[in-house]
Design a protein around this ligand. Structure first.
Ligand SMILES: O=C(O)CCC(=O)C(=O)O
Ligand SMILES: [Fe+2]
Length: 359
């Protein structure tokens, strides 16, 4: 059976496209990591009377599913991103997971390199997968987990008993994320008036393609010249993101909104961020926005995030939903592709991937 990690083995990378900088050892931003005027196009974020950042990205309460469904549909159409509260994931679990992520990235560089992603591999320690598309490196280190891969890598990171806590917490987090992702997906389809039977989605819940991406953006000697993560859209159906509460002037995570420009996604206590990915954009025939996002860094503070990518099984064919296309009198904007095929197109062409499957 085709797995998500196999979908990445077709695109081996060179070691310089995998090994992060040893951020602890640098006192200045090396030329390889200098981005020209990365914050020029970003106006200062709004601040309210209490000196708090205001966030126009919708925050949606999941405790009333009917009200949430409408708000989610609207947010997917106008933003491609929203935050959710009362999502059922215990805050203690999120905090434990964050502290395990902090423990991982605090290891010495030579130790982290023991879990380096293999050139043709998908899981383990390394820089962002989008790196080959840019001429500069990002101020970022990541750790990718698929299925049970945390165990294999954690064994090499922490040879003694110290890996058990990491593995237990991460496994629990993955399980809870998959339940929430399924719930959110169902609400999203309900907002489109699509029922699960129509789209034969039973296999989705049994065998979804998922990945947990742990991200660290170390403090940076000159944040205005560096970039944590370059603008990209996620390949997934949806992504559920926890970001550490680190307040970064102008926003750590920023999303692009057509009318507004770059907007910070300011951390809301207990909230999780939900992004629309490319696959949902295709299914919704372009109605839902696959949101462009990027990350800025801070001079004094490390920022952490955990992104859970959720997609249909790799063999599933994704195409604009028939009912949606028919009822709106539109034509399908995209041809059908399997999830695996789309991952492969994206790995080769990044932001042009959607245009390659346009009708
Ligand atoms: O760190 C973040 O807030 C965003 C991470 C992200 O966009 C990704 O992992 O794809
Ligand atoms: Fe992303």
């Amino acid at each position: 059976m085709s797995t998500l990690s196999e979908a990445y083995t077709d695109h081996p990378l060179h070691l310089h496209q995998i090994i992060p900088l040893d951020f602890d050892s640098v006192r200045a931003v090396p030329e390889s990591h200098v981005w020209p005027n990365s914050d020029d196009d970003f106006p200062p974020a709004d601040v309210d009377d209490h000196g708090q950042f205001t966030t126009p990205v919708p925050v949606i309460d999941l405790s009333d599913p009917d009200a949430a469904t409408k708000l989610i549909g609207h947010a997917c159409e106008t933003w491609g991103v929203f935050q959710v509260i009362n999502h059922g994931i215990p805050s203690s679990l999120v905090q434990e997971a964050e502290s395990e992520v902090r423990r991982l990235f605090s290891l010495p560089a030579r130790q982290k390199l023991k879990a380096l992603r293999a050139p043709g591999g998908a899981t383990g320690y390394g820089i962002a997968r989008i790196t080959p598309f840019f001429s500069k490196y990002m101020w970022h280190e990541g750790f990718t987990i698929m299925n049970n891969s945390a165990i294999d890598h954690a064994n090499t990171l922490w040879p003694n008993d110290e890996h058990a806590r990491f593995c237990d917490v991460i496994e629990d987090y993955q399980k809870k994320m998959s339940i929430l992702a399924e719930q959110l997906t169902k609400l999203i389809f309900k907002s489109l008036d699509i029922s699960e039977e129509e789209e034969e989605m039973d296999q989705w819940w049994v065998d979804p393609s998922t990945a947990l991406q742990l991200n660290s953006y170390p403090s940076c000697p000159d944040p205005s010249r560096a970039l944590g993560l370059a603008p990209h859209t996620d390949t997934s159906l949806i992504t559920i993101l926890h970001q550490s509460s680190t307040i970064i002037n102008g926003g750590g995570l920023q999303v692009f909104n057509d009318g507004v420009g770059w907007v910070p996604v300011v951390p809301v206590s207990g909230a999780l961020v939900v992004n629309v990915g490319d696959l949902l954009h295709i299914l919704s025939n372009g109605r839902f926005i696959s949101v462009l996002h990027r990350v800025f860094v801070n001079q004094n503070l490390q920022r952490l995030s955990m992104a859970y990518f959720y997609s249909p099984p790799t063999g599933f064919r994704v195409a604009p939903l028939t009912k949606l296309v028919n009822s709106s009198g539109q034509v399908p904007r995209y041809r059908s592709v399997t999830v695996r095929e789309f991952i492969s197109i994206k790995a080769k062409s990044l932001d042009k991937a959607l245009s390659f499957i346009e009708n």
